[in-house]
Each structure stands twice: as structure tokens, then as C-alpha cells.
Write a protein that binds this ligand. Structure first.
Ligand code: HEC
Ligand code: HEC
Length: 347
């Protein structure tokens, strides 16, 4: 046999084998593509959900000031799941928004076509995510997952905005300065380092100043001429009690829980008092008049069950709670036209 012939036979064999392999694995490859794209959609959708939806619908879709979205009928795989109907329904509401009968609350429009921030592809990804029953995901993308995971309920919260140079250093180098139980040497090291950093206008000093300024905006009552002044007064409680680790007030805080900037428009003092005293004792149907009722036939009967809230009971005195409640109850929308109660703008 000539070398040429050997090479030709080898070539033919190679091509035939290649085709065989292709035919055998083509099916699997196609499945794999579908799988990765659903996974990719779910994954990106979860992040979009965490950034845009979790503060009103709960980080696990359990419902907060908007209704629960983790409904069995919306899960692909449920026996009542109707993909077209579910996608159309969610797409309509999400794109155009929806007025709630409750004053001061509305589901914003999300589509760029209706003045919102999201494009059609992003909205599709969120919908795929919602239908995948993977509700632990967005929790990990919300602003403070580690913080929340680390605190047992009923514990006093950590400060999110260290506002002295020493506090900034201590947060940045917990091992060096001994965390909660520093030795005498560690205490001295911290105060020496803080003094040096302050003198040099170092990074910790600057960060402390910035945090103080953020807090000043939040607290509203501190003197801007004295940014280093220890903040005192009622609204300081929002920091030391950890509220702004989960909530935003004005431009300060995070979005794990609903923004409290206008909470007085939707909750009265009695409700706020009961809630802050012990959130887990508030009945699901009192957590949001926006918990959407189930339709059974044409009758609205029961409410969608809500999962226990993740807001902890935060220890505080009755006086402290009273001050927080007075403040929150007066955070109202005053100069904004409230949305009128009305039917959904979707079809
Ligand atoms: C500012 C709070 C807020 C944000 C943020 C928000 N929603 Fe809503 N959403 C609501 C409220 C309130 C309702 C109920 C409106 C009503 O009473 O009809 C609602 C309703 C819905 C509904 C319809 C539920 C039903 O049964 O009628 C869907 C679906 C929904 N939201 C999805 C989303 C998605 C997805 C996002 C993020 C892109 C999002 N929402 C962000 C407040 C919000
Ligand atoms: C670990 C996170 C976390 C912390 C800390 C926290 N909250 Fe909340 N809070 C939430 C979540 C989540 C909700 C959503 C309510 C639900 O589950 O029904 C909520 C709801 C609320 C509501 C109701 C808002 C509404 O319109 O329904 C108020 C008021 C509130 N929190 C006040 C506070 C105050 C005051 C503090 C500090 C003392 C605080 N929260 C600390 C997570 C937190």
C-alpha cells in the first residue's frame, strides 16, 4: 500500500467517525444549549429581580408591599402552569406598571417603552426567572446578604456607616484590632493608628467624613458646619438599630426591604408600632393590603399566603420605638399626586 492510499483511507475513516460522533451527540448538544440559556436567563433574571423588584416583592418573592410572586401556578412544572398566560400576564404588568388601590403605592412601569429603565430582553429574563422556582437566588444579590445571614433575629445590628476614623479602621481590620474583645494593646494600637490617620487626612479619615455626610443627609438634623460632630437625636436610631442596613430612607441605605421614604403614606402610627415591635406577629393579610387575592372562578376568596418576614425583632425601649414611629408616620408624600384606585392598565 502506498503512503498515499493509507492517508486517503485514514482521511475517509476520520470523516466517517466525525459524522458518527456528530450524529450521536447532536441531540445532547441541543439540550445543553437550551439548558444553559434557561440557566443564563434565570441567573441574570435573579440579579435583575434583586436590583429592581425585591424591595417591594421581597427578596424571595414572598411579598412585602407588593404581592407575593412565588406562586405555585407560575412555576413551570406546576400542573396548572400555562406558559403563555403566565408570561403575558406578568409581561403586561411589569412593562406598564399597575396602580394599587392603596394610596401611595404603585407598581412602577419597567419598560423603556413606558418610561421605565428595563429593555424587553431584561424583562423576559426576569419572567423566566420568576417561573423557575429558584427563589433563593436573588437574596444573594441583594445589598446586604452577608449581613443579614450573619445576624440571628433579635440581635442588635452592626453599624453600617462607621463615622469616626477609629470605627472605619476597626471595621477594615477586624483581626488586627480584636473585634468585639480587643486587648489593651489592640485598643491602644487602634487609637494611635486613628490619630495618625486623622492627622495625615488618611483614607480612613476621609471615609469617616463621607459616611458622616451620608448620615447627615439621612438624619437631617446634624450641623453641616461640624461634620465631625457625633450625631445624636432621634433619627440616629435608624443607624444604630440597623434599619438602614435593610431599608433606604431618602438617598441613604439599601434595598433589601422596602424604602421607608414615604412609608407614612401607606402605614399609620398604630400599624408601624405593631410592626416594629414584633414583625412576625403581624398577620400576613395585614402586611400589605396589596397581597393579591386568589381567584377561584370569578370569586376573590383567600389571600396568597406570605412567608414569614425576614425583618427581625430589634430590641429597643418603648421610648425609642415611639420616636421611630412618630418619625416614620410623618414621612408622607405631600406634593405628589397619589395614584387613583383603578383597574390594571394591562389587559
Ligand atoms: C415600588 C414597589 C414595587 C416595585 C419596585 C416592583 N413592584 Fe411589582 N407590584 C407592586 C405593587 C404595589 C403591586 C400590586 C399592584 C396592585 O395592587 O394591583 C405589584 C404587582 C406586580 C405584579 C402583578 C401581581 C398581581 O397578581 O397582580 C407583578 C407580576 C409584579 N408586580 C412584578 C414585578 C417585577 C418583576 C418587578 C421588578 C422589575 C416589580 N414588580 C417591582 C409594587 C412594586
Ligand atoms: C434584616 C433586614 C431588616 C432590618 C434590619 C430592618 N428591616 Fe424593616 N423590613 C425588612 C423587610 C424584608 C421588610 C418587608 C416586610 C415584609 O416582609 O412584609 C420590612 C418592612 C418594614 C416596614 C414596613 C414597610 C411597608 O411599607 O410595608 C417598616 C415600617 C420597617 N420595616 C421598619 C424598620 C425599622 C424602623 C427598622 C429598624 C428598627 C427595620 N425596619 C429594620 C427588613 C428589615
Amino acid at each position: 500500500m502506498s503512503t498515499r492510499m493509507v492517508l486517503s483511507i485514514a482521511f475517509v475513516l476520520f470523516v466517517v467517525l466525525g459524522m458518527l460522533v456528530y450524529v450521536l451527540f447532536e441531540g445532547q448538544r441541543a439540550d445543553y444549549n437550551i439548558l444553559t440559556s434557561t440557566e443564563e436567563y434565570t441567573h441574570v433574571g435573579a440579579q435583575l429581580f434583586a436590583a429592581n423588584c425585591a424591595q417591594c416583592h421581597g427578596p424571595e418573592g414572598e411579598g412585602a408591599i407588593g404581592p407575593a410572586l412565588n406562586r405555585s401556578e407560575w412555576h413551570a412544572g406546576d400542573k396548572n402552569y400555562d406558559q403563555n398566560a403566565v408570561f403575558n400576564f406578568i409581561r403586561n404588568v411589569v412593562k406598564r406598571g399597575q396602580h394599587s388601590p392603596q394610596p401611595g403605592i404603585t407598581m412602577p412601569a419597567w419598560s423603556k417603552d413606558f418610561g421605565g429603565p428595563l429593555n424587553d430582553e431584561e424583562i423576559e429574563r426576569i419572567i423566566v426567572f420568576i417561573t423557575q422556582d429558584d427563589w433563593h437566588q436573588p437574596f444573594h444579590y441583594t445589598a446586604t446578604p452577608n449581613f443579614v445571614a450573619n445576624i440571628p433575629p433579635n440581635s442588635v445590628q452592626k453599624k453600617q456607616y462607621p463615622s469616626t476614623t477609629a470605627e472605619v479602621l476597626a471595621v477594615k481590620n477586624p483581626a488586627k484590632y480584636g473585634e468585639a474583645n480587643p486587648t489593651a494593646e489592640q485598643k491602644k494600637a487602634l487609637s494611635d493608628d486613628a490619630a495618625a490617620d486623622e492627622k495625615a487626612n488618611g483614607p480612613a479619615y476621609q471615609e469617616a467624613q463621607q459616611n458622616t455626610e451620608k448620615l447627615r443627609v439621612l438624619l437631617g438634623n446634624a450641623d453641616p458646619a461640624k461634620p465631625g460632630e457625633k450625631l445624636n437625636g432621634l433619627k440616629q436610631l435608624f443607624q444604630v438599630k440597623g434599619c438602614i442596613n435593610c431599608h433606604a430612607i431618602g438617598s441613604v441605605g439599601t434595598t433589601l426591604g422596602p424604602a421607608l421614604t414615604e412609608v407614612g403614606s401607606r402605614r399609620d402610627a398604630q400599624w408601624l408600632n405593631d410592626w416594629i415591635k414584633n414583625p412576625s406577629l403581624v398577620k400576613p393579610e395585614n402586611r400589605g393590603p396589596n397581597v393579591m387575592p386568589w381567584f377561584k372562578g370569578n370569586n376573590r376568596t383567600e389571600f396568597w399566603p406570605m412567608q414569614p418576614t425576614i425583618m427581625p425583632t430589634i430590641p429597643m425601649t418603648d421610648q425609642e420605638r415611639q420616636r421611630i414611629v412618630d418619625y416614620l408616620a410623618n414621612l408622607k408624600i405631600t406634593d405628589v399626586a397619589l395614584p387613583q384606585a383603578g383597574p390594571a392598565t394591562g389587559n
